[in-house]
Design a protein around this ligand. Structure first.
Ligand SMILES: Nc1nc2c(ncn2[C@@H]2O[C@H](COP(=O)(O)OP(=O)(O)OP(=O)(O)O)[C@@H](O)[C@H]2O)c(=O)[nH]1
Ligand SMILES: [Mg+2]
Length: 443
């Protein structure tokens, strides 16, 4: 199992592995600022703030105070205006706050101004998401991608950060991905960005090559996509008995993991891939940087779109995922799958099944509905099961056996007459390969 040792292991201290040595740092106390703009509803913003709270916890900080501010217009200097800022500043001082987290995107100047006012670290939603990606990146590819996204984000912000990046031991906005030390000299950062882009282009080329050799071999790729924390990795594990990393945290997976999905009576490989989850307002720099990882979705033959059935706002999650898929030019067919139905009462489940009649309803954790999903995947990829009789040469018997179930074999002069059960697209594949002669044609 893919173990991480950067989760909080005590209530007030967390272990960061930033170098060879393990360092204990105090958990930061965070003040969270939710913002309601004129045209926004409170319900929508509350969900966003709930999400921000989970993000802060996932980043290892303590959401100590949560405040919501309604504003009529965005203040160019401080985003929320002087009056609200004064109130928050008092709260921050009185509670020894280490970091103020805004549920919006702050400009580099606003961030700089707010840091001076609060006299502590100030982070926006994008910075927070990048930070979690940095914590969770495991592979070389993910590390390079996160470093690129962070460098692009930090570049215009370096002036406002002053020396804080180097001085602080850890905490939101101060960590580089893995062992990488983020470049903090603005003159050198462009060189680093160029170098990272070059390295990533190389990886992307390899991925494209892999995809084309997969296509040449006709190996289908099914990609699991969905909102973060929907249960994608749990589903991969349940479908393939593999050991994907699963956690009740946002962006637990930032790499792509591929496993073979066994299909009954088909001995040809079918690849199932798990990948990074999506979130509303996913930073565009992350989408651009994660191009090579997201290729598994771009080159998929079929998508399994996993939705958390227990969330209060499934439509928003679905809309966000579709939006991002569009941005990265994904156009494959999708099977929509509502997961975590074990957490729903009957009425809510009925409501969802009425609203989404084409969807499947499963629990990856309890293994409910998994067989139906495998059947749906099989028929999307290979077509419906058909029973037919064919004449083949004896040497091709083994090959036919790889694609379906042979029910009966009888000799017919120097050929074999087979009664088989096979999926329609595989029958065509065999006919294309000229391995089989349709009995009717031969007679
Ligand atoms: N009750 C319930 N919990 C589930 C189910 N499937 C997943 N979970 C839980 O949901 C949380 C997130 O699961 P993951 O599989 O890590 O979700 P993910 O979509 O891969 O998340 P990211 O990689 O962070 O985007 C974990 O705590 C899982 O145990 C389910 O069917 N029922
Ligand atoms: Mg995952």
């Amino acid at each position: 199992m893919n173990q991480r040792n950067n989760n909080p292991n005590q209530t007030d201290r967390r272990l960061l592995t930033v170098s060879d040595k393990d360092i204990f740092v105090t958990v930061q106390k965070a003040l969270l600022v939710g913002i309601i703009l004129k045209n926004q509803t409170r319900a929508d913003r509350e969900e966003s703030l709930k999400e921000l709270t989970s993000l802060v916890k996932t980043a290892g900080s303590n959401p100590t105070i949560i405040q919501t501010k309604r504003i009529d217009r965005i203040d160019p200097k401080t985003f929320i205006g002087k009056g609200s800022i004064n109130e928050l500043e008092e709260l921050s001082k009185a509670n020894d706050i280490d970091v103020v987290v805004f549920d919006c995107e702050l400009s580099p100047n606003q961030q700089k101004e707010l840091r001076a006012i609060f006299q502590c670290d100030v982070v926006d939603r994008t910075g927070l998401i990048l930070d979690i990606f940095a914590l969770h990146a495991q592979s070389k590819e993910a590390n390079l991608q996160v470093e690129l996204a962070m460098s692009v984000y930090l570049k215009p912000r370096l002036a406002g950060l002053g020396k804080t990046l180097n001085q602080q031991g850890g905490g939101i906005g101060t960590r580089g991905p893995g062992e990488a030390k983020l470049e903090t000299d603005s003159r050198l950062i462009d060189n680093r960005i160029n170098k990272l882009r070059k390295e990533l282009r190389k990886i992307e080329k390899q991925r494209v090559l892999q995809a084309s050799s997969r296509e040449k071999n006709n190996t289908p790729l099914v990609s699991i996509v969905g909102y973060t924390n929907a249960g994608k990795s749990t589903l991969l594990r349940s479908l393939t008995n593999s050991e994907a990393y699963i956690a009740d945290e946002l962006f637990a997976t930032v790499d792509s993991l591929q496993r073979e999905l066994p299909i009954k009576n088909v001995q040809e490989p079918l690849i199932l891939s798990d990948t990074v989850g999506f979130i509303q307002n996913l930073p565009t720099t992350l989408i651009e940087s994660f191009k090579s990882t997201l290729l598994v979705a771009t080159s998929a033959d079929l998508l399994i779109h996993v939705v958390d059935a227990a969330t209060a706002i499934p439509q928003m999650h679905i809309g966000t995922v579709r939006n991002i898929l569009e941005q990265i030019n994904v156009s494959a067919n999708e099977i929509m799958v509502f997961n975590k139905i074990d957490r729903l009462d009957r009425a809510s489940l009925n409501d969802l099944t009425e609203r989404y009649p084409q969807a499947l309803f499963i629990s990856s954790l309890k293994n409910t509905g998994i067989e139906k999903l495998v059947e749906r995947i099989s028929s999307e990829i290979y077509g419906e099961v058909q029973q037919d009789s064919f004449l083949v040469e004896p040497k091709d018997l083994e090959k036919v056996n790889r694609f379906g179930e042979i029910l009966e074999v009888t000799n017919s002069s120097d050929l074999l007459l087979l009664e088989i059960r096979m999926r329609s697209k595989l029958i065509h594949k065999l006919l294309d390969l000229k391995l089989m002669k349709e009995s009717k044609n031969v007679k």
